[in-house]
Design a protein around this ligand. Structure first.
Ligand SMILES: Cc1cc2nc3c(=O)[nH]c(=O)nc-3n(C[C@H](O)[C@H](O)[C@H](O)COP(=O)(O)O)c2cc1C
Length: 431
């Protein structure tokens, strides 16, 4: 098992502190950091440079709409041929995408033009550029199906086989020594789902939503309680805080919170009006009373304060362009809604923004009636081991059943269920 620290929406300084903490607390345990596509190349260079400075050799590159030069530079930093002829890349990129056209870029060697640019910028040598032509940009790629947070809501059973076929085709074309692994994320929440992923040919699985309900997640007890009650249908798409103006959405919990509805209403208003000043009185009153619980003027002041610390570059255009100003104020509600949830501010519970996919409901349905029904019993290791160990049991049981069927013995309990187990119960089977 390996954990990746999700960096979406975090300051560079926060990330640096996190790295220092993780390195001291995890000692030799493997972990990776996350690089989320932002479209801001300067931010990408700065983040990846910081990762290299701190010896972070494994990143999860998520949501990229195209391959970028900083990512390729990170991958190729220190690329060399060993005495035995093998090409070694100290830095690993694990890409995460739901799109085949993006996967194709990650599963291919870096494009020639990028290699030329990197040589011209003296970031790599000509020899290193030649070596780069023999390796894929990503050492592994996660096919991201219908997940919590940013998602294209793809169906896992449709997506994974296509990604595996693409990997196989590109591995043959380029003759890689080590073809990239393909993992599956999105909807993974039960032993059967894990067993299905491996049966379809996944090399690994990735989970997110179910971890947020674990005691280690860092969110509030109130949020974990809400998550533990979710059904698979208690999720919906809502505007994303960082890409609000572009209409990008994230999947969130809808049970016990009106965030999805309120954030979508703000997006609707943003699309149909030019500025805060041009909002009709009834619309202004509606959002001040029901959503912001504050005057729009006061909201703008606190938005300005926030962005002058967080991302001053965004503030400048908003001060001169009234539409951008409206976008920034609306985005500040979305940002605060996530912070209220993490802090467990019950006065704003109806506004909690909680990223969550249908996996959460699937987990709750599987765990119902067991000790794992209660959020306080959900620790990460127990949850993860139940999924992996449970998947082994599910697959083994199927093999046994098939054997019995071939022998003409009709088993009585054909549909067996793997029920949640404590780690101590599993231990005897793990040696
Ligand atoms: C609360 C939460 C926070 C997440 N944060 C990030 C993040 O910062 N970066 C990222 O690449 N993915 C993030 N994700 C997505 C997960 O890494 C993972 O791809 C996804 O949750 C898998 O699907 P699942 O939710 O169905 O398990 C987040 C997901 C959740 C639920």
């Amino acid at each position: 098992m390996i954990g990746f620290f999700g960096s979406a929406g975090l300051f560079l300084e926060t990330l640096e502190k996190v790295i220092v903490q993780l390195k001291s607390e995890l000692a030799d345990l493997p972990f990776g950091m996350n690089m989320v596509y932002s479209g801001n190349t300067d931010l990408e260079w700065a983040t990846l440079k910081m990762y290299i400075t701190h010896g972070i050799h494994r990143i999860s590159a998520a949501g990229f709409l195209r391959l970028t030069l900083p990512l390729v530079a990170y991958r190729l930093e220190g690329i060399q041929r060993q005495a035995d002829g093998a090409v070694i890349c100290p830095n690993q990129i694990i890409a995460k995408t739901s799109r085949l056209e993006i996967a194709r870029q990650f599963l291919s060697p870096p494009p020639e033009k990028m290699l030329r640019d990197l040589v011209n910028q003296n970031r790599i040598t000509g020899d290193q550029a030649a070596l780069a032509e023999t390796i894929p940009v990503a050492c592994d790629l996660t096919a991201e199906a219908d997940s919590g947070g940013h998602t294209d809501n793809r169906a896992a059973v449709s997506l994974l086989p296509s990604m595996i076929d693409l990997r196989d085709a590109l591995a043959e074309t380029f003759g890689y020594d080590t073809p990239p692994g393909i993992g599956l994320g999105g909807g993974i929440a039960t032993p059967r789902a894990v067993a299905a992923a491996f049966t379809m040919g996944a090399d690994y699985v990735l989970a997110g939503s179910i971890h947020q309900a674990c005691v280690e997640s860092g969110t509030s007890a109130a949020v974990r309680q809400m998550l533990a009650q979710a059904l698979q249908t208690d999720v919906d798409m809502a505007p994303s805080a960082n890409l609000f103006e572009r209409g990008i959405k994230v999947q969130v919990l809808t049970r016990g919170t009106l965030f999805a509805r309120r954030a979508s209403r703000l997006y609707e208003i943003y699309r149909s009006h030019e500025s805060l000043g041009s909002l009709p009185a009834d619309v202004k009153n509606e959002i001040e009373d029901k959503i912001f619980k504050n005057s729009l003027e006061a909201e703008w002041e606190s938005t300005r304060e926030f962005f002058s610390a967080y991302d001053p570059a965004q503030l400048k255009p908003a001060e001169t362009d009234p539409r951008r100003k409206m976008g920034l104020v609306f985005r500040s509600y979305l940002g605060k809604a996530a912070r209220w949830a993490i802090a467990g501010d019950l006065s704003r519970q109806k506004d909690f923004q909680i990223w969550c996919g249908p996996a959460m409901g699937a987990f709750n349905e599987w765990a119902a009636g067991s000790f794992l029904e209660h959020p306080e019993s959900r620790d990460f290791k127990t949850v993860a081991m139940n999924l992996l160990f449970g998947a082994c049991v599910v697959l083994r049981r199927q093999q046994v059943m098939q054997g019995l069927a071939r022998a003409g013995v009709l088993p009585q309990d054909f549909v067996g269920r793997f029920r949640p187990m404590e780690l101590t119960e599993m231990e005897p089977y793990l040696t």
